[in-house]
Design a binder for this molecule. Structure first.
Ligand code: XMP
Length: 539
């Protein structure tokens, strides 16, 4: 099935991906590509007739850093609507004959913008009206340069006191531009404005719906794989789980999942993964219990990076050994020719702007990078086009339990990074039990104001094992036992995070239960450090 699409050209802004997410939330397919693609590339991209509009993003550049990136001229010659955002507006103004001036004081933060000229983009979209009846929008601004003269054919669409041309439009050509950022949630009507652009102005069909996407993805996988066989490294995390469920839906027993248990998983996690995939979905899963191998190689090692290297290296070795067995085939199978990975769209987007930056922003999948080449297998990446929230929606549509799909992230090296210093089985066992209590109580406690559980109100929460002992009393006796730290954060991107203000009653219950139920731990602390300067994990 062919989807109509919107092209987002990235000038390197930190929030370009948010534009794509807002467009997808309007159920329209879109892709992000660097701004320095060529004219020929743009024409080729539009050649199938499915391209209905183009959005030019903001830029990474600040007032201190000059950017002269331009949009490919073809963008303005295709005869389809174009929306410029922030730097994208300035590029549009500059390239179409207007004037942009630099050297202004950077404007950063909330602003009230007055809508002007009754354009289709802003028609009926407003936060409030002034006593004189002017429609106003509460928006987020972040720019240094600004447009000071409209290009020929354009009219004024929005203004603020400090930015008289905060929006412009040439409706005859379908060109619109705003100086503020509609993609961030601070701009209250931002989602409505982007939806108006893609549905109202570009007139795209809103057909990007995860429930419907299953049959399309299944057909694609069947076509790509044919009657060959696929192996997949199942970690229990969201991406590999959803990829496994989707591929299994498509090709059933042609898929074999390999689940490496490194002994650093959460309480009962291995059994839960097996119960779901083997028990409920009836998928072929090979569970490799490699905990003794991992723990023996980790003995005596306390430096965090050294621990990570050992865990990562062993994981690859164990997976490769299993994959080689499967690749070779046996009486009941011809051998695998595909390696499936749960790579998602943010892992593959190339960001725009400075050419040198592009290479560093392309991430390889952290667990199995380089494996397909080493194993001589072809790659199958059915989630490559999806954002994390779409992967979750797809997972639920495929019948995976919401508790699994909406689980907090868990690092690949597992408890290896949550046990400070040397990793020992005794420590991992204590930590697993303490952590399970913390998570259970986060799921039990609800916030009165929102009705949500504290598990859902936090982005990531876990327990950290500290290899120090302190004195305590229990009954009539003295104890000399280990300390754990509870960590709970709220964040939208995991780049910055605030420590969560958990209710005291919850902390009290968790601490009481851990100390009473987990013999060997006699002290519980709560981490009140934000990121930065602290990180989310302790290591
Ligand atoms: P930090 O501790 O750097 O963590 O603030 C940011 C986020 O990344 C997760 N994390 C990892 N995830 N493999 C992963 O899949 C890893 O090696 C890894 N290390 C950290 C961390 O849990 C947090 O969500």
């Amino acid at each position: 099935m062919q989807h109509q699409k919107i092209l987002i050209l990235d000038f390197g802004s930190q929030v370009t991906q948010l534009i794509a997410r807002r467009v997808r939330e309007a159920h329209v397919f879109c892709e992000v590509h660097p701004c320095d693609v060529t004219d020929e590339w743009v024409r080729e991209y539009a050649a199938d007739g499915q391209l209905k509009g183009i959005i030019l993003s903001g830029s990474h550049a600040s007032v201190y850093e000059e950017t002269t990136d331009k949009a490919p001229q073809a963008v303005f010659d295709l005869g389809i609507p174009v929306l410029g955002i922030c730097y994208g507006m300035q590029a549009m103004a500059h390239q179409l004959g207007g004037k942009v001036e630099g050297g202004h004081k950077r404007e950063f933060g909330f602003a009230a913008v007055r809508a002007r000229g009754h354009t289709k983009l802003l028609e009926g979209i407003q936060d409030f009206a002034t006593p004189e009846g002017h429609g106003m929008l509460d928006v987020w601004m972040s720019h240094g340069d600004k447009v000071t003269e409209l290009p020929p054919g354009f009219k004024l669409m929005a203004s603020t006191e400090s930015c008289p041309i905060a929006g412009m439009a040439d409706e005859s050509r379908g060109f619109y531009a705003v100086q503020f950022h509609p993609e961030v949630t601070h701009t209250k009507q931002g989602a409505a404005l982007l939806e108006r652009f893609v549905l109202g102005i570009c007139e795209t069909r809103p057909d990007w719906i995860m429930g419907d996407y299953i049959s399309e993805a299944v057909a694609k996988i069947r076509e790509q794989v044919g009657d060959e066989e696929v192996i997949l490294g199942l970690s229990g995390g969201v991406d590999s789980s959803v990829a496994a469920a989707l591929i299994h839906r498509a090709i059933g027993d042609q898929l074999t999942c390999v689940f490496v248990d490194h002994g650093l998983l959460r309480l009962n996690e291995g059994d839960m993964v097996m119960d779901m995939f083997e028990g409920k979905l009836h998928a072929k899963v090979i569970r490799v219990d490699a905990s003794e191998l991992f723990l023996s190689k980790l003995a005596g090692v306390s430096e965090p990076e050294a621990k990570r290297k050992i865990i990562g290296g062993l994981f690859v070795d164990v997976f490769k050994a299993e994959a080689a067995k499967l690749k070779a085939g046996n009486a009941s199978s011809k051998g695998a020719t595909f390696l499936a990975q749960g790579t998602i769209y943010p892992d593959v987007i190339e960001s725009g702007g400075a050419k040198s930056k592009k290479a560093v922003t392309i991430k390889s999948h952290h667990n199995v990078g380089g494996l397909p080449e080493q194993l001589g297998l072809k790659l199958l990446e059915p989630l490559r086009e999806l954002f994390k929230d779409e992967v979750r929606e797809l997972g639920v549509a495929l019948g995976l339990p919401p508790e699994m799909v909406y689980r907090h992230p868990f690092p690949g090296p597992g408890l290896g990074v949550r046990i400070l210093g040397e990793v020992k089985k005794e420590y991992a066992d204590l930590l697993r039990r303490a952590d399970a209590i913390f998570i259970e109580e986060l799921r039990n406690f609800r916030d009165d104001a929102t009705g949500k559980t504290w598990y859902d109100l936090t982005s990531q929460a876990f327990t950290v094992f500290l290899p120090v002992k302190s004195v305590g009393v229990m009954g009539d006796g003295r104890t000399y036992d280990y300390v754990v730290a509870l960590r709970a954060v709220q964040t939208s991107d995991f780049m910055t995070a605030d420590w969560a203000e958990l209710p005291y009653a919850l902390l009290k219950k968790v601490s009481g239960r851990i100390i009473n139920e987990v013999r060997g731990i006699n002290r519980v602390t709560y981490d009140v450090s934000s990121k930065p300067p602290a990180t989310i994990e302790w290591e």
